[in-house]
Design a protein around this ligand. Structure first.
Ligand code: 2BA
Length: 114
C-alpha cells in the first residue's frame, strides 16, 4: 500500500501533547512553526509520513489531542487590506472559533530515510 503525508495545523498550546502522542504510538513527526493567514498569529504545523493504512489512526490521535480555540479578535488600528475585511462597521471585536485542527492528507510519491 502507498504512503501518505498528513499535514495537521494545530494551536501552539496543543502541539507538545500531540507530538508526544504521535511519537509514543511510534509515528515519526516533524513540527514546523507556522502563522495563520487570517489571524496572523503563530500556530504549529505537524507533518507525519505514514503508510496509507495508518491514516485513520493518525487522524484519531490528532482529534484526541487538539482542541478548538476561541478568541475575540480586536481590530488592528493600522489595518492591512485583509484586516479591513475582519472589521465590522462599528469595529467590534470579531469572535473566531478555530477547528481542533486543519488536516490535509496527501499522496506521498516516495518516502526514504537515506
Ligand atoms: P488562520 O488563517 O489564522 O485562521 C484562524 C481561524 O480564523 C480559522 O480557524 C477560522 O475560524 C477563522 N477564519 C479564517 N479565515 C477566515 C475568514 N476568511 N473569515 C472568517 N473567519 C476566518 P480554522 O479554520 O480552524 O483554521 C486554523 C488555521 O489553519 C488557520 O489559521 C490557517 O493557518 C490554517 N488553515 C485553515 N484552513 C486552511 C486552508 N484551507 N489552507 C491552508 N491553511 C489553512
Amino acid at each position: 500500500m502507498g504512503m501518505k503525508l498528513v499535514v495537521a495545523i494545530v494551536q501552539n498550546d496543543d502541539a507538545d501533547e500531540l507530538i508526544d502522542a504521535l511519537t509514543s504510538s511510534d509515528y515519526r513527526a516533524t513540527r514546523l512553526a507556522s502563522t495563520g493567514g487570517f489571524l496572523r498569529q503563530g500556530n504549529t504545523t505537524i507533518i507525519v509520513g505514514i503508510p496509507a493504512e495508518s491514516v485513520n489512526q493518525v487522524l484519531n490521535i490528532v482529534a484526541g489531542h487538539a482542541h478548538p480555540h476561541h478568541q475575540n479578535v480586536v481590530p488592528n488600528p493600522f489595518p492591512t487590506p485583509t484586516t479591513v475585511t475582519m472589521q465590522t462597521a462599528k469595529e467590534e471585536p470579531l469572535e473566531v472559533q478555530t477547528a481542533k485542527a486543519t488536516v490535509f492528507v496527501l499522496d506521498l510519491e516516495r518516502y526514504e530515510r537515506i
